[in-house]
Design a protein around this ligand. Sequence first.
Ligand SMILES: Nc1ncnc2c1ncn2[C@@H]1O[C@H](COP(=O)(O)OP(=O)(O)OP(=O)(O)O)[C@@H](O)[C@H]1O
Ligand SMILES: [Mg+2]
Length: 344
Amino acid sequence: MKILAIESSCDETSAAVVLAGKKSGVKKLSNIVSSQILIHKKTEGVVPEVAARAHISKISRVVQKALKDAKTPLESIDYFAVTNGPGLVSSLLVGTEYTKGLALALNKKVIPTNHMLGHLYSAFVSDPKIKLPSVNLIVSGGHTYLILLTKKNKFKILGSTVDDAAGEAFDKVAKMLGLAYPGGPEISKWAKKAKKKGFEDYAFPRPMLNTKNFDFSFAGLKTAVLYKIRDEKLNLKNPQTKANLACSFQEAVIDVLVKKTIRAAEKYKTKSITLSGGVAANKLLRKKLASASRKIYNKFYVPDFSLCTDNALMIANAAAIKVQGGFKPVKYTKLKVNPQLELK
Ligand SMILES: Nc1ncnc2c1ncn2[C@@H]1O[C@H](COP(=O)(O)OP(=O)(O)OP(=O)(O)O)[C@@H](O)[C@H]1O
Ligand SMILES: [Mg+2]
């Protein structure tokens, strides 16, 4: 089956085409991503209406390019997949309404797909034979999940964040430090310039590191950075201070993420560990989780950098896995947007 997937949940307009087997196997034919980062840099964050308008102006060209790269005429697409949540409602509506139009015109069924399911399976795009059970850490702009995957289509959420997502904390701390949007890549860039003696002096807390559950919390850590700057009257014009703060914050986040993931893998005796979501682009997190996984004899998987942040290929892949697991594609009239769609 050929699936054309559309992703527009936040600030990337993306379309991808895959060829998938009935029971297994997903082959990428194309993946086009049009990012709005330059637009949102000006406002240091995403303005929903601006994002939706940008999706509208790009979506047709992005879909046409995805079909052209896949050398596939629209008529030979079997199913249309689309992200129907979670995300910004106005952004989600652009992708879903566009998909409805295609499905109506071509009389084809649709596969509504949870954006987080896309992130969850994104490590499977290049490594479809990941050994299960696996524990999967998803760290994105809006979510933080630890998930146990026992079969390809069977998973259990072990924990999630009780407040801010890891990516959100990166973005907010970057803002405090006066760094550009999006904050995650900026924090990691500045952290590289830190001096060991300097950043170790800050030693931020490791929230919920020792709780028995697998939940996370990053809001307190973000506030700890704010109070440190305020109470110690730190001079953020000094590049070394900025670098040391960025590094100390990054170390605290990574420490909690790695230790809790490893603890989950040990408890559930997994064979593999996967890392995905936008924060998975962080090189230090990739390196530390890879090394910790090896120590407990788990194979470590992380998607290519281009598949960490939002893209339609991960949605096409997740949609194919859903159908291969028995999901029946639905009529376009059944397609509903839910900005708070839960992962189940
Ligand atoms: N190198 C990096 N280090 C840390 N964080 C990073 C890095 N690169 C990107 N990020 C963070 O990744 C996040 C974006 O990821 P993603 O696109 O998956 O999020 P989203 O789609 O907005 O949210 P969600 O998937 O939860 O709906 C941002 O918070 C960004 O700062
Ligand atoms: Mg995302």
